[in-house]
Design a protein around this ligand. Structure first.
Ligand code: ADP
Ligand code: MG
Length: 687
């Protein structure tokens, strides 16, 4: 068939080619090589066409043959199917028979002998059956094996059964035992129940009996309570009566309360009145105490001496120069701060004052010493603080100080401010300041608009005997700022006024007058205290021959006023009837503040260097003399020397008597109390 197909394709192809060739126009081409080939091909074509016809015949033959063979194949297949069905039927039948035989064998096996017989007959019966038999035998064998196995199993089972039988027997025995026990327990329980029942009955009977007894007692109690109730009723009646009585009282209570309030009010009023009168009494006592205090203070001032003299030694400065002239000539007593030693012309001289400040003492140390004086000003006392000493000894430093380290003036005002502040709840204070200078016995206002104007000191027209300076400017100050402004104003006034302020100020007295006026808010009491801070003119003496003209006049004025100051102090201390205040402008101006119960402090400034020892000696003598004015009451008048202006000018340091040894002779153990003793007395001028 394949070959046939190939040939067919070949044929188709050839036919196609032939068609093509036919379609081409026939070009006669003589002598062309193709014509020969064409004829050859034509021949071949015809040959091939022949072959195709031949093959076509063969193909149809073959097709026929294939058809026949296919038919036959279908027939065979049909037959095969039938055979297979037959075979299946046969197999079915055989298997059915085998089953039957097996069953028969099994049944026969049950009755062995006839089975054997049957087997024999069956053996004879057919070979087929024989075969089946052999199969069955093998099966039988297998079954017998199984049977044996089953038998074995059965045996085991029997064994097990036996075991379980035994177990059952045992269990039965146990059950019987348990049952017997149960029986016994039941019996016991019954017995116990019986006894419990009896107990119960007995208890009930007992309880009943007891209850009866208790009942009886309760009955008896009840009878008692009944009788009690009968007695309580009257008590209840009285209580009710009481309650009613109280009720009545409560109703009357507001009236009572009002009554009580009235009486209490009256009592309180009375008490307040008493307190008031007590207060009045206290106020009266307070005033009396105030008076007393002032009196005591006066007394204290009188006893202590109202003039105190301290010395302050300034440090050696650059201005002192160098060499032997600038060596230190002042020493101190390490155990006694009231002694100062001076080496003058090779001889040691000692002085005793109230206190001596060494060059190392600070401004605050010095201020500490004068603090009490300043506060007494608030209580209405007048106070004078003088700085005395030769020019350059430190008077201005002590009084004014430097801006960084202010002196007494500023510190005093600060202290006054703070003290006044503290008392502000009871007292009202005003603090005013004035500044003045005395030059050549002329008083000028440093805070005024006309600093050149000469001021006069006058008696108060109110007849109080007090002095006042008409036209002296007074500034009220409340703070440190205010003071600074005032000082600055005064300083500016002076610098414009004087070409050489330093020189001028060393020859004039500068005064800062602080007035503290107070009113006691509760009593209306008024006080006025004056604090005079005086930077005195230089105390150095000018030789008569050395100075002339202005310089001599200045020196004379200074000398006169310082002498007058000494005289006044002397007269005051000796309680002389006449005190020569009017001898100088300074003493006259300060009259109020120097007399009476006022207090005075003299700070004697000392230069420590060798070249100044003469002036130092002079200053210390002046100081000691001022201080020694006050002595025992009997000796006051007799020991007091007169102190003329001439003396101040010409008094030579002739009496160099006080030797350090003189102190050693004073009574041992006499201590500070004996200070106004030997040295001071020895210093007194004989006449
Ligand atoms: P006075 O006013 O007596 O003429 P000053 O107060 O002007 O003397 O003092 C003279 C110089 O000595 C000033 O330069 C001053 O600063 C100085 N000075 C004075 N005392 C002291 C002191 N305690 N500590 C330091 N310097 C001082
Ligand atoms: Mg000065």
């Amino acid at each position: 068939m394949v070959e046939n197909e190939q040939l067919r394709q070949e044929l188709r192809r050839c036919e196609g080619e032939l068609q093509e060739l036919r379609a081409q126009p026939l070009v006669p081409c003589e002598g062309c090589e193709h014509s020969q080939e064409s004829s050859q091909l034509r021949d071949k074509l015809s040959q091939l066409q022949l072959e195709v016809a031949e093959n076509k015949g063969m193909l149809s033959e073959l097709n026929l043959e294939v058809q026949q063979k296919t038919d036959r194949l279908a027939e065979v297949e049909l037959r095969l199917k039938d055979c297979l069905a037959e075979k299946a039927q046969e197999e079915e039948r055989l298997s059915r028979r085998l089953r039957d035989s097996n069953e028969t064998i099994a049944s026969l096996r049950a009755q062995t002998p006839p089975v054997k017989y049957v087997i024999k007959t069956v053996e004879v019966e057919s070979s087929k059956t024989k075969q089946a038999l052999s199969e069955s035998q093998t099966r039988n064998q297998h079954l017998q094996e199984q049977v044996a196995m089953q038998r074995q199993v059965l045996k085991e089972m029997e064994q097990q059964l036996q075991n379980s039988h035994q177990l059952t027997v045992q269990l039965r025995a146990q059950i019987a035992m348990y049952e017997a026990e149960l029986e016994r327990a039941h019996g016991q329980m019954l017995e116990e129940m019986q006894s419990l029942e009896e107990d119960k009955n007995r208890a009930i009977e007992e309880a009943f009996a007891r209850a009866q007894v208790e009942m009886k007692a309760v009955h008896e109690n009840l009878a008692g309570v009944r009788t009690n109730l009968l007695t309580l009723q009257p008590a209840l009646r009285t209580l009710t009566n009481d309650y009613n009585g109280l009720k009545r009282q409560v109703r009357g209570f507001p009236l009572l309360l009002q009554e009580a309030l009235r009486s209490v009010k009256a009592e309180i009023g009375q008490a307040i009145e008493e307190v008031n009168s007590n207060n009045q009494e206290l106020l009266r006592k307070y005033r009396r105490e105030l008076q007393l205090r002032k009196k005591c203070h006066n007394e204290l001032v009188r006893l202590k001496g109202n003039i105190r003299v301290i010395a302050r030694v300034r440090p050696v400065t650059k201005e002192d120069g160098e060499g032997p002239e600038a060596t230190n000539a002042v020493t101190f007593d390490p155990d006694d701060d009231s002694i100062i030693h001076l080496l003058h012309k090779g001889k040691p001289v000692s002085f005793e004052l109230d206190k001596v400040f060494s060059p190392w003492a600070s401004q605050q140390d010095v201020f500490q010493e004068v603090q009490a004086l300043i506060t007494s000003c608030i209580d209405g006392f007048n106070v004078c603080i003088f700085a005395y000493g030769q020019t350059g000894a430190g008077k201005t430093y002590t009084m004014e100080g430097t801006p960084e380290n202010p002196g007494i003036n500023q510190r005093a005002l600060q202290l006054l401010f703070s003290e006044v502040q503290e008392k502000a709840s009871d007292w009202q204070y005003t603090i005013t300041v004035s500044a003045a200078e005395i030059y050549n016995e002329v008083l000028r206002d440093l805070l005024g608009k006309e600093p050149q104007e000469k001021l006069e000191i006058r008696l108060c027209p109110d007849g109080s005997g007090q002095l006042y300076v008409p036209g002296l400017t007074e500034f009220q100050v409340q703070s440190v700022d205010d003071i600074n402004k005032v000082f600055e104003f005064g300083y500016n006034n002076r610098t414009t006024e004087f070409t050489n302020l330093n020189e001028h100020s060393s020859r004039s007295h500068a005064l800062l007058i602080v007035t503290v006026r107070g009113v006691d808010c509760s009593t209306g009491l008024r006080t006025t205290g004056k604090l005079n801070l005086v930077d005195l003119a230089g105390s150095e003496r000018v030789g008569k021959s050395g100075a002339e003209g202005n310089r001599l006049r200045e020196a004379q004025h200074i000398n006169r006023s310082l002498s007058a100051l000494g005289d006044v102090i002397a007269a005051l201390r000796s309680r002389q009837g006449h005190v020569p205040f009017r001898n100088s402008k300074l003493t006259y101006l300060l009259q109020d503040s120097l007399s009476g119960d006022s207090k005075t402090l003299m700070v004697v400034q000392v230069s420590p260097v060798e070249k100044n020892t003469s002036e130092t000696l002079y200053s210390l003598k002046f100081a000691e003399r001022v201080r020694s004015v006050e002595l025992g009451p009997g000796s006051r008048r007799t020991e007091l020397g007169s102190w003329s202006s001439q003396e101040h000018l010409e008094w030579e340091p002739a009496c160099q008597t006080p030797q350090p040894t003189a102190r050693a002779h004073s009574a041992p153990g006499s201590g500070t109390n004996s200070r106004p003793g030997s040295i001071r007395r020895k210093l007194q001028p004989s006449g």
